[in-house]
Design a protein around this ligand. Structure first.
Ligand code: SDX
Length: 427
């Protein structure tokens, strides 16, 4: 259904088409606005701006709904696997059994990295933040795979997509091994995607590594929860980089760099650090007061969201996964109690209620990952590992969209108007 919006500007009335999606808010198509009025729109942070058309993921922030190709995240987390969700995000439908078997075999056989890639790690200090390592090593993949950087060729895009999804666990595990001075562990094709990642991370050559099925399932579910999330900051970064024709490895490296920020993917690391700093429930009121104090830059990490103005459905599954991991590992970490009580108090606090601030995906993830044995600095690396499939699916959608153009936003200029140069000896 198409209707029009009328904008009256400078005495001119301009009709703009209003487009409707399958669900969600309508959009006003302003593509001809500048040509017809000489004016731009102004929307820093894209609070009211759709940057693209997409059919991959849909979020209803008011209802706390997250759909991947129409399937609710709760059902996928409960019944699917991360590799099946990868197939769904890339191809648009759940695979038949033969398709799933083929896809799993393809991804499994791409998990090794070029042997020379390991030399890139040795250029970093052992205490380098692993996200710095990920930015560098993933970007370096461009130098190894010249046979899959022609983005105009769908077959090369397919191979590059599979390589990125398959190799991220290997590259992430190598970043961890390098930081602790242990040897890199090669992929083991007998294991599942998540089981293989656990072995490459926590296994050592000196003994057999036994994958704990409860932890394998928890990791797979955590990867599902982080797979894709509409046009978030890092996905928008990947799309913008890809719009210039940059190769997929460079685009994903750009996404990793953006995800690192504490307001985005870095929040899981910041949230656990915050919970540990709070330390015990009696100190929660002090931190809630700080979060509400406009003069204090402190924010409750893992709380709030640009889109969710209700409970992030991923946080619900994450809390349930946390209970399962603590049960499986017989862990009793006071930080979980602090997280539960902080959530309870914040959700009953007028400030958080009025501003619609709820726990997001990052609030509990750090507690789980710490319990499994990952150091805090690795949390955002795991987010990047899982989000790679979302970045790749969105990148493919953009490249294959006939309407796509290089992204080049305009601005509201408020700097000096033209003036003449004054020689140094006259200033
Ligand atoms: C992710 O986009 C995505 O989909 C991201 C993500 C994904 O899967 O890709 O979901 C992953 O990034 C989750 C978010 C992780 N970040 C954090 O947990 C960091 C803490 N949260 C905030 O910094 C903030 O909530 C954002 C960045 C997440 C959202 O910020 P917005 O939408 O720009 O909202 P805002 O900063 O304008 O805040 C609105 C108001 C402000 O108060 P006023 O200026 O109106 O008085 O709410 C306040 C903020 O001060 N506020 C908070 C708060 N978050 C917002 N106050 C205290 N603690 C917080 N966490």
């Amino acid at each position: 259904m198409m209707s029009n919006a009328t904008l009256s500007i400078g005495g001119t009335n301009v009709e703009m088409p209003v487009l409707s999606g399958s669900i969600g808010p309508d959009v006003v198509d302003i593509r001809k606005l500048y040509a017809q009025t000489g004016a731009f729109t102004f929307d820093p942070g894209f609070m009211s701006t759709a940057s693209c058309e997409s059919s991959i993921t849909y979020i209803d922030g008011d209802e706390g709904v997250l759909l991947h190709r129409g399937y609710p995240i709760g059902q996928l987390a409960e019944q699917s696997s991360f590799l099946e969700v990868c197939y769904l995000l890339l191809n648009g439908d759940l695979p038949r059994q033969d398709e799933y078997a083929n896809f799993t075999r393809t991804i499994t056989r791409h998990t090794m990295v070029h042997e020379q890639l390991s030399t890139f790690y040795r250029g970093f200090r052992r205490d380098a933040h692993p996200m710095a390592v990920m930015c560098g090593v993933v970007g370096a993949l461009s130098a190894f795979y010249h046979d899959s950087t022609d983005i105009a060729d769908p077959e090369q895009r397919r191979i590059a997509s599979h390589r990125l999804i398959a190799k991220m666990p290997t590259i992430a595990a190598m970043a961890y091994k390098y930081s602790v001075g242990q040897p890199f562990i090669y992929p083991d094709n007998r294991l599942s995607y998540s089981g293989n990642f656990l072995k490459m991370t926590f296994g050592v050559p000196a003994e057999e590594y036994e994958v704990n099925p409860a932890i394998e399932r928890a990791m797979d579910r955590i990867f599902i929860l982080h797979a894709d999330h509409e046009q978030n900051a890092s996905t928008s970064t990947v799309r913008l980089a890809g719009s210039s024709g940059a190769n997929p490895f460079a685009c994903i490296a750009a996404g990793i760099a953006c995800l690192w920020g504490p307001a985005h993917g870095g929040a899981n690391e910041a949230a656990l650090n915050m919970l540990r700093e709070i330390g015990r429930p009696e100190r929660i009121p002090e931190y809630l007061a700080r979060a509400k104090d406009k003069n204090d830059p402190f924010r409750l990490m893992g709380f709030g969201h640009r889109v969710y103005k209700n409970y992030d459905p991923r946080a619900t599954v994450m809390q349930q996964t946390l209970r399962e991991v603590f049960e499986a590992l017989k862990i009793n970490d006071p930080v979980f109690e602090v997280a539960l009580q902080l959530e309870e108090m914040a959700l009953n606090d007028p400030y958080f209620i009025e501003k619609k601030l709820f726990p997001n995906v990052d609030f509990y993830s750090g507690v789980i990952l710490s319990a499994v044995g990952f150091p805090t600095e690795m949390f955002t690396v795991l987010f990047a590992l899982a989000r790679t499939v979302g970045w790749v699916a969105q990148w493919n959608e953009m490249i294959s969209d006939p309407a796509q153009k290089i992204g080049r936003p305009r601005q509201l200029y408020t700097g000096p108007t033209q003036r003449d140069y004054v020689p140094l000896n006259q200033r």
